[in-house]
Write a protein that binds this ligand. Structure first.
Ligand code: GLY
Ligand code: MN
Ligand code: MN
Length: 440
């Protein structure tokens, strides 16, 4: 859909970026377009950094932002994009084209993307460095390297070497880490739609169904609620499949008496939800399932209760791990001193992953977790998941039989607020609430 105007927020973000950066040009390519055989396009999703700083969603585009002290806001914005083309637009939809893109997206200059290689050397020649993410598109990396060599040769015998390349993950990532009011609205919407989908799955799953049928139901509700796509491959894992952390084939039949772990979230206007619930495929948790579930729930609730500005991010994982170790000892799955088990990492057999990650335009979002060797302290506006779990594989003959083939994860999305935190996902997680839904 072609917009007449875009939110001022994108311009404000560019201004905010250059209020902190005074050297170097940001080179931000669009995401790579992928096709199936025979030119059938796959779903295109813009590079989040490009979208975050411009709102521009077309493929084959390239945003350049560079400091310019002669400009009112201290920077210049240049967009390269596709020109209008009647034949291409007949097949793939309307394009902004050069003139419209310049005006609507508030660019200082806008050029045809086919002119990028020719124009880029003179655009960046006066810069001290470039901010560019290497490794996403090898062909483009080669082009950029050639251009940097060209720029070097333009400086003749001045002695200037190759322009330094810095990953923009600090400059842009640290901005994206703290969510604005507008972003929080979108994250809440993604959370609400995804929570509703999880509740529908919890109400409607039946023994004998296939995992993909539950996936279909949950993804129907994502799209029905306005999400463009799932945020990531939905994990719908019955029984022992839940002990595989990123299980995704979703082809097995659901067996009464086993648990179903669903890890799924929708993407609403580029913002993600990431929610996991684990519930009985039948009506009730067995005794063994209940014990493992309660252990994970205890860890999750205690971690959520800790959240407030100023606490180190790493302390959440440390706390979850220690609660889970204590619980694993209580269940007879581990034995020994809690700190010793923690130091020896013996609990990784049952809890092999971290307790969460930042969440935003990417499911595993940008932002640094530590700074100069110390864990980041929580700040209002940070959004992350809290997702402890325990996984006891069915072939683990060291474990009591009642726990074998049980995988439990409980995952919610958390916004750090001024005084504490707010949950962006709202799906029942107490055993009584879940069993009551399963009995409806
Ligand atoms: N759904 C992927 C994750 O929880 O990290
Ligand atoms: Mn997650
Ligand atoms: Mn997840």
């Amino acid at each position: 859909m072609i917009k007449d105007s875009i939110s001022r927020m994108y311009v404000d973000r560019r201004k905010a970026l250059f209020s902190k950066i005074s050297d170097g040009a940001f080179l931000i390519p669009s995401a790579v377009e992928h096709f199936r055989a025979s030119s059938v396009p796959l779903d295109f999703r813009q590079n989040p950094n490009l979208y975050y700083l411009s709102g521009f969603e077309e493929p084959e585009s390239f945003l350049i932002l560079l400091p310019d002290s002669t400009k009112k806001d201290g920077y210049e914005s240049i967009l390269f994009c596709r020109p209008r083309n009647a034949t291409a637009e007949l097949w793939d939809g309307e394009r902004y084209g050069i003139e419209r893109a310049k005006k609507i997206f508030g660019m200082d200059q806008c050029f045809d993307i086919s002119e990028l290689a020719e124009r880029l050397p003179s655009i960046i020649k006066a810069q001290s460095k470039i901010y560019y993410t290497l490794g996403l598109d090898e062909a483009l990396d080669r082009k950029i390297t050639t251009i940097l060599l060209q720029v070097q040769s333009m400086s003749g015998r001045s002695g200037q070497g190759l322009l330094q390349i810095e990953d923009p993950k600090v400059a842009i990532g640290e901005m994206r880490l703290i969510k604005s009011e507008e972003e929080i609205v979108l994250l809440k919407k993604a959370g609400a739609i995804s929570s509703h989908a999880h509740i529908e799955a919890m109400k409607n799953t039946k023994p004998g169904q296939y995992e993909y049928q539950v996936q279909a139901l949950i993804e129907y509700h994502f799209k029905d609620g306005g999400c463009r796509r799932p945020a990531y491959n939905s994990i719908v894992a019955g029984g022992n499949n839940a002990t595989c952390l990123h299980y995704g084939s979703n082809r097995d039949q659901l067996v009464d008496g086993q648990l179903l772990l669903i890890d799924a979230g929708g993407e609403f206007e580029y913002y993600h939800a990431d929610i996991t619930r684990t519930f009985p495929i039948g009506k009730k948790y067995t005794q063994g399932q209940r014990e493992v579930y309660e252990a994970v729930l205890k860890a999750q609730k205690e971690c959520i209760a800790m959240i407030k500005p100023g606490i180190p991010y790493a302390s959440i994982h440390e706390h979850a791990s220690k609660v889970l170790i204590e619980e694993l000892c209580r269940l007879g799955l581990l034995s020994g001193d809690i700190d010793h088990i923690y130091d020896q990492k013996a609990h990784l057999t049952y809890y092999p992953h971290g307790t969460g990650h930042f969440l935003g335009m990417d499911t595993h979002d940008v932002g640094l977790y530590s700074h100069e060797g110390s864990s980041k302290l929580l700040e209002p506006g940070m959004v992350f998941t809290i997702e402890p779990g325990l996984y006891i594989r069915e072939d683990n003959t060291d474990a009591p039989e009642k726990y074998r083939g049980v995988g439990v994860r409980i995952e919610d999305d958390i916004l750090v607020t001024k005084n504490g935190c707010e949950l962006l996902s709202q799906v029942p997680k107490e055993i009584e609430e879940i069993e009551s839904l399963r009995n409806q």
